[in-house]
Design a binder for this molecule. Structure first.
Ligand code: FAD
Length: 304
């Protein structure tokens, strides 16, 4: 299997995030999305996780299914929340046995909250137990002991909401990233926030690759949800989206959202980002349009 750390060492990576379907309808949507996105030849794809037995199986099935039936390189998300040490070790061993070598090691959110970072929408309580590991860094340590994983961790450009201050969050992130191979950020909308994150990690002596997480805003209705999910849409962006609505309604808002996301991608790449990670929410069209606008779509690159 291909290890993401090796891909990143070889050059920029372009990746997509999905959540495991919970119904026939969601499964159909995902199947169509995968069919649309596979020709873009993403470097890897990642599959989110919610603590608990049902989600554990869904993520495992999707990751192993992708590994064995598609050309995609999958990465499994795993969270500390709601699992004992033993359960987490079992899950890691199961992945290792199935040949899954790419792991996103996360703290996780309490099940009643929406997970930021493009994770699956929340589902029912996973069994009550708060979990024996408290921070993602402990899961990274456990995965290292089991061995063989290429490990990603989450980074929060403006700091994790639970952190007492940004400097403390950066120190914890630096400690976690020293043990991991790479990070993927929570979505953000200002390139300067990504640049600051990279500069501050560098000042702490950490230069591991940090992939910017990109979340296209394709409707005005999604704007208020973004703040609840982890990053508020800045006023200047809302103004551009509203101006687009006045010009041409929903289709125009969507096109402006794709333009804004494309501009953000260009800015972070210009800052030296080692690739891009797209939060797809299991839809393909916005990601495909941004890909095309960036000249990353295969049909455009072969056409020159
Ligand atoms: P941690 O690294 O544990 O950090 C959480 C908080 O604890 C921070 O404030 C940090 O500063 C602090 N901290 C860290 N280490 C220590 C320490 N040693 N001592 C004291 N404090 C410490 N959630 C899901 O449920 N499922 C998913 O699939 C999922 N995928 C995600 C993918 C990405 C790319 C991102 C960015 C987020 C994802 N999330 C997902 C959301 C994530 O689980 C939440 O943001 C969660 O609240 C924090 O996760 P973390 O891995 O950053 O946790």
């Amino acid at each position: 299997m291909v290890r993401i750390a090796d891909l990143l060492a070889a050059g920029p990576t372009y990746s997509f995030e999905f959540f495991p379907p919970k119904s026939e309808a969601e499964l159909n949507t995902l199947v169509h999305t995968l069919r649309d996105l596979e020709p873009l030849a993403p470097s890897f794809v990642s599959v989110t996780y919610r603590g608990g037995a049902a989600s554990r199986q869904r993520t495992y099935d999707l990751v192993t299914g992708m590994l064995h039936t598609t050309s995609l390189v999958p990465m499994a998300h795993l969270t500390c929340v709601a699992h004992s040490r033993l359960e987490l070790a079992e899950i890691l061993v199961d992945y290792a046995k199935a040949g899954v070598e790419n792991l996103m090691a996360l703290g996780g959110d309490p099940p009643e909250q929406l997970a930021p970072g493009g994770a699956a929408p929340a589902e029912g309580a996973p069994g009550g137990a708060p979990g024996e590991l408290h921070h993602a860094v402990e899961l990274v340590e456990m995965a290292r002991v089991i061995g063989g994983f290429s490990i990603g961790v989450a980074a929060h450009p403006v700091g994790h909401p639970a952190s007492p201050d940004l400097a403390t969050d950066r120190r914890h992130l630096a400690a976690k990233l020293r043990l991991a191979d790479f990070a993927i950020t929570q979505f953000f909308f200002e390139a300067g926030e990504y640049a600051r994150l990279i500069d501050e990690l560098h000042a702490l002596g950490v230069d591991r690759p940090v992939l910017p997480g990109i979340m296209p805003i394709t409707s005005l209705a999604s704007v208020p949800r973004m703040a609840a999910m982890g990053a508020a849409v800045p006023g200047w962006m809302v103004e551009r989206l509203e101006a687009a609505e006045h010009r041409g309604g929903a289709a125009s808002v969507r096109a402006e959202g794709v333009r804004l996301a494309t501009e953000l991608c260009q800015e972070v790449l210009a800052h030296g980002a080692p690739g891009l990670h797209f939060y797809t929410l299991n839809r393909s069209s916005a990601t495909r349009e941004i890909y095309r606008a960036l000249g990353l779509a295969p049909e455009l690159s072969t056409a020159g």
